[in-house]
Design a protein around this ligand. Structure first.
Ligand code: GLA
Length: 388
């Protein structure tokens, strides 16, 4: 499906042409998992899979939304002044949430519009299809209504939609990565201060493979919020003996000194993951800057082990993908990416070994899990933008 196909869909659905095209990427996270809401570092990048959208402003206050990915939901018709959450509106709730929160402070969103979207990120695969959609809408509104808001504000609005409108207590990583993506660069983001740096991704003769478990993951239904609250409980106890705002303010050494106050083995393991993962992420960023992909890969493997054993968010499917990758020739490192509980893993693999890698991991997965995993080569692309 290309932009011209989308334009003809737009014309047949909305009976009008001349809509403006936009694109918003998905993301992978190289390392730094479940650290964002603990005030730590993450290292994601935007990918060239994502969500396309066309928008045309109207002269009244009606909003009409259609997704080619959810044809069964049909055309959703709304009014700019009535944007309450509605379970039956499925995918469109992310759009409604963005419009609602973006209009609070921006009174110049005073007219309705028609929007058509089409995404080529598999839904629920942990590649941030929802953040991609949120940032698509945020970017459309910013451009179409000439809003005086920066990308950071749009990203924070997307997080607010997840937290307050949808009900998932997620951090800022996904929206930030999607909004700030840059071709062939990873984004090192300090989620505490929102300070960020681009890190060149010189993969040499290697590529990043995305491996989809094809096990659907619904963030809201998952144990995501539970993990976050376990971290908060550990933090509260640690704050009785040391002055910190976030778990990731602690070094591993400090954590080992003070962890005795936690007195709950599960909460202790969760905190151990967040703090050790934050240290790994800082180290990994330095290694990437120095082009040491081999040591970078080792940290990716350690990250997966900690997510498996301490944070317990991997599950059999992701474990098979990561562990089987580790056994393949030419694989520098592999780990789950995103929230976990299904979704995708990533691996850095040398180009010359790619075919064998995919064949072996794929066969092994099918044999153990009983259905196929899917494999894609990731290209690192730009953040959400209007397309000319
Ligand atoms: C999801 C959330 C992010 C982050 C990751 C785990 O993708 O949306 O905020 O917490 O899980 O690192």
């Amino acid at each position: 499906m290309d932009i011209n196909d989308l334009k003809s869909y737009f014309e047949s659905i909305f009976n009008t042409s001349s809509a403006n095209p936009y694109f918003s990427p998905g993301r992978i996270n190289l390392i730094g998992e479940h650290t964002d809401y603990n005030g730590g570092f993450v290292l994601p990048c935007a990918i060239t899979f994502g969500t396309f959208g066309l928008i045309r402003k109207r002269q009244d206050k009606k909003i009409r939304l259609y997704s080619l990915n959810f044809k069964e939901v049909g055309l959703i018709q709304l009014d700019l002044l009535h944007l309450e959450y509605n379970k039956n509106h499925s995918w469109a709730n992310y759009v409604k949430g963005m419009i609602k929160y973006m209009s609070y402070k921006n009174l110049n969103i005073n007219l309705g519009f028609d929007i058509l979207v089409y995404g080529n990120i598999p839904n629920g695969a942990g590649l941030s299809s929802s953040a991609s959609l949120e940032m698509l809408i945020g970017t459309m509104l910013k451009e179409e209504f000439s809003l005086n808001v920066d990308k950071k504000t749009v990203a924070l609005t997307g997080k607010r939609v997840e937290n307050e409108y949808i009900g998932v207590n997620s951090g800022i990583m996904d929206q930030f990565a999607v909004a700030f993506g840059k071709k062939n660069s990873a984004i090192m983001l300090d989620c505490n201060t929102l300070y960020y740096e681009y890190v060149d991704m010189d993969l040499k003769d290697n590529i990043i493979v995305i491996m989809n478990t094809n096990k659907r993951r619904e963030l809201a239904d998952s144990k995501y919020n539970e993990r976050k609250s376990q971290c908060e409980k550990a933090l509260l106890k640690l704050q009785s003996v040391i002055k910190i705002n976030n778990l990731c303010d602690l070094t591993l050494e400090e954590f080992n000194k003070y962890k005795y106050v936690i007195k709950n083995p599960i909460e202790e393991k969760r905190a151990l993951h967040a703090i050790s993962e934050n240290e790994r992420t800082k180290k990994a960023t330095e290694l990437l800057k120095g082009n040491d992909l081999k040591s970078f890969g080792v940290l990716m493997n350690q990250s997966h082990l900690s997510l498996r054993d301490n944070y317990e968010v991997t599950g059999k499917e992701l474990d098979i993908l990561a562990e089987s990758s580790w056994n393949q020739r030419g694989c520098l490192g592999a780990r789950m990416t995103g929230a976990g509980f299904g979704g995708c893993a990533i691996a850095i693999v040398s180009k010359k070994d790619l075919d064998d890698f995919v064949e072996n991991v794929s066969n092994h997965y099918k044999k153990v899990i009983g259905y196929d995993a899917s494999f894609y080569v990731a290209s690192i692309g730009e953040g959400s933008t209007k397309i000319n």
